[in-house]
Design a protein around this ligand. Structure first.
Ligand SMILES: O=C(O)C1=C[C@@H](OP(=O)(O)O)[C@@H](O)[C@H](O)C1
Ligand SMILES: C=C(OP(=O)(O)O)C(=O)O
Length: 451
């Protein structure tokens, strides 16, 4: 499935100034959940600001394949989902094609575990190498008949529950700070008898909890478990219902980070990024870039659709290397490739630890970034759970993105400080999260050609 040969190459020329006033596309995590919860709700959900990236379209196609009528996205990024309730999905005729999206396969595992029909999910080469035992194990504890391959990779295959059979509620301590695993167990909890609770060891994005609440499904969140402010317990009782609602999706802070870093490392200029989601569980990149003495100003803070949003003004800055706080790791988990480029342009050394999760994303993001940085002449030392990067002059060279959208976009941004051209291979997957990245980047002053 999804195995077509990919060959889009970016070629960059050095840039200088970055300036403009831009809007980044809708948040990927929130877009996925809007389709999932809209499908499981009673009634019609209207979504504004949906991300038309391939990952979210994969989620949408899965629900269409399970009998949900979904209209859009139209050219204004509106989507309408005609939900059929928690028990309204029907058996897909074929294996569900999840493409490149870890969020889709892991959250869907929790939903499919509670259905009375059998199903199977797999994706592209990258997804089919990613660990699924982290969702299969808790779901098996809930008495779901679900499995992955022996090495824990997809396909994820789920046998339906018997008529009148419910999942078993569990208390589960997450082995890693993962919003995908947390969300999977919570979603399965809607199909369980009793109260399921999950304790997360570090604060992770809470879009599932917020959006379930918006759809009228009760969720209890207790912070500061065992006196540890990093530990949160999330509990959900089976048997309630979701009621359709209107969803306004904020701009994706993960996409905005490429432009924050671009604006900071540029030799001059000022950039405003509008309507960026500022959920406190997502702002690690802002914390880190500010700690590096990046000139970021947050203005027009407001609430939109149950999520805080703001505009960010970015000015070219001389960044300083720092030791990144481990608390910011889950809050910035997808932003590290871009942050590594900021580190390569900073004075001194930036050190990251406690980030072993980066090794199991669309690529091994520690190694893929280190290889690319070394190719461009930047000194780095790799550790199992992190990296040290010493700022220096960025040269020219050829980078392998490993089919990872965030690696491709990060090195495209590094061109602003490069002494020569950078060629970035296998960039098709930029369309999974940020379909208009190249046009927006060129609009603010970068020079990227794609062929
Ligand atoms: O729940 C989500 O929407 C996501 C959670 C994170 O993954 P993990 O939960 O595996 O850290 C993140 O990397 C991913 O891009 C989106
Ligand atoms: C890790 C990511 O996504 P996913 O896990 O959904 O593939 C990402 O977008 O950086």
């Amino acid at each position: 499935m999804s195995q077509a040969k990919k060959a889009l190459t970016f070629t960059t020329r050095p840039g200088h100034s970055v300036s403009g006033d831009i809007i980044v596309p809708g948040d990927k995590s929130v877009s996925h959940r809007s389709i999932m919860f809209g499908s499981l709700a009673n009634g019609t959900t209207h979504i504004k600001g949906f991300l038309p990236g391939q990952d979210c379209l994969a989620t949408m196609n899965c629900f269409k394949a399970m009998g949900i009528e979904i209209e859009g996205p139209d050219s204004d990024h509106n989507v309408t989902v005609h939900g059929k309730g928690l028990h309204g999905l029907s058996q897909p005729k074929e294996q569900l094609d999840i493409g490149n999206s870890g969020t889709s396969i892991r959250l869907l595992s929790g939903i499919l575990a509670g259905q009375q029909f059998s199903s199977s999910m797999a994706g592209d080469v990258s997804l089919n190498k990613r660990p699924m035992a982290r969702v299969v194990e808790p779901l098996q504890l809930m008495a779901a008949n679900i499995s992955a391959r022996e090495d824990g990779t997809p396909p994820v295959v789920c046998q339906g529950l018997a008529e009148n059979q419910k999942l078993k509620a569990i208390d589960y301590i997450l082995p890693m700070a993962s919003a995908q695993v947390k969300s999977c167990v919570i979603l399965a909890g809607m199909y369980a008898e009793g109260v399921t609770s999950v304790i997360e060891p570090g604060i992770t994005r809470d879009h599932t909890e917020r959006m379930l609440t918006a759809f009228g499904y009760p969720v209890t969140v207790e912070k500061n478990i065992d006196g540890d402010e990093q530990k949160t317990r999330i509990s959900i009782e089976g048997g309630h219902e979701l009621t359709a609602c209107d969803i306004q999706i904020p701009g994706d802070i993960s996409s905005a980070t490429f432009f924050m870093v671009a604006g900071l490392i540029a030799k001059s200029g000022q950039l405003t990024i509008r309507n960026v989601g500022m959920n406190p569980t997502r702002i690690g990149a802002i914390n880190i870039l500010k700690a590096m003495q990046g000139d970021l100003t947050i203005i027009n803070e407001r609430m939109a659709g149950g999520e805080p949003v703001a505009d960010i003004v970015v000015k070219a800055s001389q960044l300083q290397g720092i030791d990144i706080s481990e608390r910011d790791v889950p809050l910035a988990i997808d932003e590290f490739p871009a942050i590594f480029i900021a580190a390569a342009c900073a004075n001194g050394t930036t050190r990251l630890r406690g980030a072993e999760e980066l090794r199991v994303k669309e690529s091994d993001r520690i190694q893929a970034m280190a290889d690319g940085l070394v190719e461009l002449g930047i000194e780095c030392t790799v550790f199992d759970d992190g990296i040290d990067i010493t700022g220096g002059e960025i040269g020219s060279g050829t980078i392998h993105s490993h089919d990872d959208h965030r690696i491709a976009m990060s090195f495209a941004i590094s061109s602003l400080r490069a002494t020569g051209s950078i060629t970035i291979l296998d960039c098709d997957n930029v369309a999974t999260s940020f379909p208009n990245f190249v046009s927006l980047a060129n609009e603010v002053g970068l020079s990227i050609t794609q062929a």
